[in-house]
Design a protein around this ligand. Structure first.
Ligand code: HEC
Ligand code: HEC
Length: 310
């Protein structure tokens, strides 16, 4: 594989596709490769050891029981309702934090060298939160939204938290030492109540400078962070939750400068994105409203007290 195809977004993805499709088929062929890479982890999860302790070193456990899941064929291509293997997207789409090393084809499927696995491990462990295992992005991204997952461009791979893959990963995260495996951004909580009481009614539903409000274009869909209430009044908690969930993909807790939500409607001269098919609501970052939203994303604003800004 030409290393130059890495990081080219869709082009790179398409180029990597054929190679990995081959890996996927190989993975699907082996008699023991139905399901997980090894039979051990499933037993471990259905019959946890009495003290809940990890029988192995966390890296060894990861390498034997979790890493093979990334190579597993999930029905696509071949079936229209199947999913692509994780590696199909997560090896070549380098703009995503979850970016894996390129596996080598082997007779029984793909494989990573130990050194590559160590690098993958570094990446994967950035996405877990041992202080609150169920909240880990690594668990929530492939999980169906209805079961508590986050919207994921790569699709829903687990219908429920009972899925054996989910369980194996959860067991592993639970056994990781919390002091070492708690991400910095997990310490910042972007407050839901503030979204519902202040951000939605005060910013998202109100136009500025005669422009259309965000709700005109972002009420639904993948970027549906500004829903409209069915009643025409204040959003219900469920409606607000849905909008708040959609927003998660567009914000980086603790990092307003890195949050697409605050960059898209910001004027390019003020450091915003080059393109937005919608409005430019803020000329620069000194805008009071921008500053307020930034403080909220840094976890500094909570609750339903919106003054003095709105
Ligand atoms: C069709 C392509 C595709 C497939 C297949 C796919 N993903 Fe993704 N995944 C993406 C994209 C694009 C993103 C970034 C945008 C988003 O979060 O939706 C992403 C984001 C993620 C994230 C969040 C990373 C972060 O920085 O927070 C995780 C975790 C993840 N995927 C896990 C998986 C796992 C595990 C699998 C396999 C079970 C998988 N994905 C399959 C495309 C894919
Ligand atoms: C007139 C319609 C319109 C309005 C109003 C509008 N947008 Fe958009 N927005 C779009 C379209 C279309 C896209 C997708 C194309 C693009 O990225 O420019 C988009 C994309 C975005 C994205 C990136 C979404 C993604 O999935 O990456 C963000 C963030 C965003 N808008 C924020 C806002 C905010 C915040 C407001 C309100 C201040 C707003 N937009 C108002 C039309 C609009």
């Amino acid at each position: 594989m030409n290393p130059n195809t890495r990081g080219r977004g869709l082009g790179g993805w398409a180029a990597g596709f054929s190679l990995i499709a081959g890996v996927g088929i190989l993975v699907g062929l082996g008699p023991t490769s139905e399901g997980l890479g090894s039979a051990e982890p499933l037993q471990a999860s259905t019959e946890p050891s009495p003290d809940g302790a990890m029988p192995q070193d966390p890296f060894d456990y990861y390498r034997t029981n979790i890493e093979p899941l990334f190579l597993r064929s999930r029905g696509y291509p071949g079936s229209t309702d199947g999913n692509a293997a994780c590696v199909m997207c997560h090896v070549w789409q380098t703009s995503v934090r979850f970016s894996l090393e390129e596996p080598t084809e082997t007779p029984d499927g793909g494989a990573w060298t130990e050194e590559q696995s160590r690098r993958n491990y570094e990446v994967v462990t950035q996405l877990v939160n041992a202080s609150d295992p169920e909240s880990s992005r690594f668990l929530r991204k492939p999980l169906a939204v209805g079961a508590g997952g986050l919207r994921h461009t790569g699709g829903a791979h687990w219908d429920s938290t009972q899925d054996p893959e989910y369980q194996v990963i959860l067991d592993w995260i639970r056994a990781l030492p919390a002091a070492e495996f708690t991400p910095a951004d997990a310490l910042v909580a972007v407050d839901f109540q503030y979204y519902r009481s202040c951000v939605h009614p005060g910013v998202l539903s109100v136009g500025k400078y005669g422009q259309l409000p965000c709700t005109s274009c972002h009420a639904a869909g993948l970027a549906g962070f500004a829903p409209r209430s069915a009643s025409g009044g204040v959003l219900t908690v469920a409606e607000a939750r849905q909008g708040f969930e959609s927003l998660q993909r567009l914000i980086v807790p603790g990092d307003p400068e890195g949050s697409r939500f605050l960059l898209k409607p910001l004027h390019p001269d003020g450091g915003g994105s080059y393109a937005h098919n919608g409005v430019r609501r803020w000329q620069n970052r000194n805008d009071t409203e921008w500053q307020t939203l930034a403080a909220w994303i840094r976890g500094e604003l909570t609750g339903s007290e919106c003054s003095p800004v709105y």
